[in-house]
Design a protein around this ligand. Structure first.
Ligand SMILES: Nc1ncnc2c1ncn2[C@@H]1O[C@H](COP(=O)(O)OP(=O)(O)OP(=O)(O)O)[C@@H](O)[C@H]1O
Ligand SMILES: [Mg+2]
Length: 306
């Protein structure tokens, strides 16, 4: 398996609710433990990192949450402001735009502009030589990308933009961003999936789209939340015989054990199906039997990631 942490930028993508935010943070923790200065970027302002690390609202700031680990929640409006600030050298024009309603009109009138400046900010964070004043240099930027549906579109934004603005500085900047995202040495994409029918189908088609249409490097697929295999088939058969004679609580316990066994089996079937339909290496992650995942559980996941 290729080493994910050789990259400078990792996008974590997948269907809604499969564990993108969880795995983004766990990846960040794993990289930070290896000594890489790492930042995890949330783009849909869910504030997952602030909840896990109990840091108050992270917001559009680079907040340190652990040794070697930072988090930021990228707000498109703030990114657009920052972009204009860096771009517009003429102060009077900058002020006019920022202070007036023109700013809101600009954002509303340009479809995809918010995604574009969000990716621009991600790129800025990954630069060895940051554009913002006193910008910290990171070894790795992990992006908790929007759920698919939006996911492929999100990564395609720079190319779409470059196509709309055919010439000029916006065109050139959009093209530079597209080159950065599709540069396989520096940028990788990780797909998160679940061992169920629909997520497996969607992960396979997502990999195809990302590889063929967007041109990014899909480095790995995480099959998240796999149940443990606790019993062999022989043991399961024995349990079935026990269930026939057991009564009361014993019967209920055996029934529960068998039901979990069948579920784990069905998940292995989905894992085989995924393996048959994708090219990227697959890594399984355990289901963690906790109502809410806190730092300790995320550490456990982080250990299983690489
Ligand atoms: N391996 C796991 N074991 C147990 N629970 C998990 C695991 N991975 C994720 N979860 C839980 O599943 C839920 C969804 O996870 P998460 O928020 O990371 O998904 P997401 O893909 O970011 O969702 P969204 O698309 O809404 O942003 C959360 O409650 C999380 O704690
Ligand atoms: Mg999320």
């Amino acid at each position: 398996m290729p080493d994910l942490f050789d990259k400078r930028l990792l996008f974590v993508t997948g269907k809604g609710g499969v564990g993108k935010s969880t795995i983004s943070i766990a990846l960040g923790m794993a990289a930070a433990e290896r000594g890489l200065r790492t930042i995890v970027c949330e783009v849909s302002s869910q504030e997952n990192a602030s909840r896990v690390f109990k840091k108050g609202e992270v917001g559009f700031n680079e907040v340190q949450v652990a040794d070697n680990l930072w988090a930021i929640s990228i707000d498109p409006d703030e990114s657009l402001r920052e972009y204009l600030l860096l771009q517009l050298k003429v102060r009077a024009m900058r002020d006019l735009l920022m202070r007036s309603r023109l700013f809101n009109y600009l954002a509303a009138a340009t479809p995809g502009l918010k995604e574009m400046v969000t990716i621009g900010k991600i790129w800025e964070l990954a630069l060895p030589d940051r554009k913002v004043k006193k910008g910290r240099e990171y070894d790795l930027v992990v992006v908790d990308a929007p759920a698919t549906g939006h996911g492929v579109g999100f990564l395609q934004t720079p190319r779409t933009f470059a196509g709309i603005a055919r010439v000029g500085p916006i065109h050139n900047q959009a093209q530079a961003l597209d080159r950065f995202i599709t540069e396989h040495d520096t940028t990788g994409v990780v797909i998160v999936s679940l061992p169920e029918e629909m997520p497996v189908n969607e992960s396979a088609s997502l990999e195809r789209q990302l590889t063929d249409d967007v041109g990014v490097a899909v480095e790995r697929i995480y099959m998240n939340a796999m149940y443990p295999e606790r019993f062999s088939e022989e043991e399961a058969r024995r349990l079935e015989r026990v269930m026939e004679i057991a009564e009361g609580p014993a019967n209920a316990a055996v029934r529960a054990a068998l039901s979990e066994h069948r579920r784990a089996n069905a998940q292995r079937g989905q894992l085989d199906r995924l393996a048959a339909s994708v090219k990227a290496p697959i890594k399984t992650l355990p289901f963690i039997f906790k109502p809410r995942l806190s730092v300790d559980e995320l550490h456990r996941l982080a250990g299983a990631l690489t």
